[in-house]
Design a protein around this ligand. Structure first.
Ligand code: PBG
Ligand code: ZN
Length: 321
């Protein structure tokens, strides 16, 4: 009787020596939601442990984030006023530009990624400029997206993560960056973003639920893996530096497929609804929260992810310590 596999499980030392997948703090990117105002920190009902912060408060939060060993954050902004084209996102004194300057002044070594999109800034909640048919207009949105990119870069962003799923995004941004002296700034493409119910809690935090329609015309059908792979290959060809699959949990086959068909680092976005499920099940005593959280992180890496954007990042660091 062969017992080869069992022999390698006999104690914790040998288990860790032969472990195929590990999670480290370097794998993690922590999302932060920044809202205009002062002395403001509000927990999100549907996402216990996740807050909206004013800029002064986010600086305090980042102390904690950095002290836990997290090296990268991704910023989302909630502006004071929203309008039809999301002007706050194009303004050097808008919420994200202002936050970036404050953060970079205090934490020059923190790697700061910004989410590039308009849904948090438009009064209709869609990811770009709306045309007369109530559709997002791809090409005029690309023009303002390039402007948003430069606003973020001038304010100190280290990497851009365009999340709006417009066609030609990467090519447009790469060209704008290169022309303006940002040849060395990477772009992380939200290359495979599915039209998902898992974003529900995020839209509460970001105050970005569309006032009409939904995002199915520009986000992908959850049923399509070939299309997902093709979108990623397309973004790789257009010059993306990192590819992303979002959401993560229900799409790990997609992560693996893209990993095999492209050669770029892969990120997964462990989205708001995924976080909320674990958090709330843990709080109800239905699952062992910490154990399930770590198992989930390992699952992402085993599927082929190199990076994980996750609201659990601080807790993962605590457990790794
Ligand atoms: C903006 C954006 C969304 C998320 C990240 N960037 C929401 C959306 O497309 O509605 C979702 C993240 C999450 O659910 O945690 N385009
Ligand atoms: Zn958007």
């Amino acid at each position: 009787m062969f017992k080869r596999f069992r022999r390698l499980r006999t104690n914790e030392s040998i288990r860790s020596l032969v472990r195929e997948t590990v999670i480290t703090k370097d794998d993690l990117i922590y999302p932060l939601f920044i809202k205009s105002g002062e002395n403001f920190k509000k927990e999100i009902d549907s996402m216990p442990g996740v807050f909206q912060f004013s800029i002064d408060k986010v600086l305090i939060e980042i102390e904690d984030v950095v002290s836990k060993g997290i090296k990268a954050v991704i910023l989302f902004g909630i502006p004071q006023t929203k309008d039809s084209i999301g002007s706050d996102a194009l303004d050097n004194h808008g919420i994200i530009a202002t936050a970036l300057r404050a953060i970079k002044e205090k934490f020059p070594d923190l790697y700061v990624i910004t989410d590039l999109c308009f849904c948090e800034y438009t009064d209709h909640g869609h990811c770009g400029i709306i045309n007369s048919d109530e559709d997002v207009d791809n090409d005029s949105t690309l023009e303002i997206l390039a402007k948003q990119a430069l606003v973020h870069l001038e304010a100190g962003a280290d990497m851009l993560a365009p999340s709006g799923m417009m066609d030609g995004t990467i090519e447009t941004l790469r060209e704008a960056l290169d022309l303006n002296g940002y040849e060395n700034t990477p772009i992380m493409a939200y290359s495979t973003k599915f039209a998902s119910g898992y974003y529900g809690p995020f839209r509460d935090v970001a105050e970005s639920t569309p006032t009409f329609g939904d995002r199915r015309k520009y986000q992908m059908d959850p049923a399509n893996i070939n299309e997902a792979v093709n979108e990623s290959i397309e973004d790789e060809m257009q010059g993306a530096d990192i590819l992303m699959v979002k959401p993560a949990l229900a799409y790990l086959d997609v992560v693996r497929a893209i990993k095999e068909k492209t050669s770029l680092p892969m990120c997964v976005y462990n989205v708001s609804g995924e976080y909320a499920m674990l958090k709330n099940a843990g709080a109800e005593g239905l699952i062992d929260y910490e154990r399930v959280m770590m198992e989930t992180m390992i699952g992402f890496k085993r599927a082929g992810a190199d990076l994980i954007i996750t609201y659990h990042a601080k807790e993962v660091c605590d457990l790794l310590d």
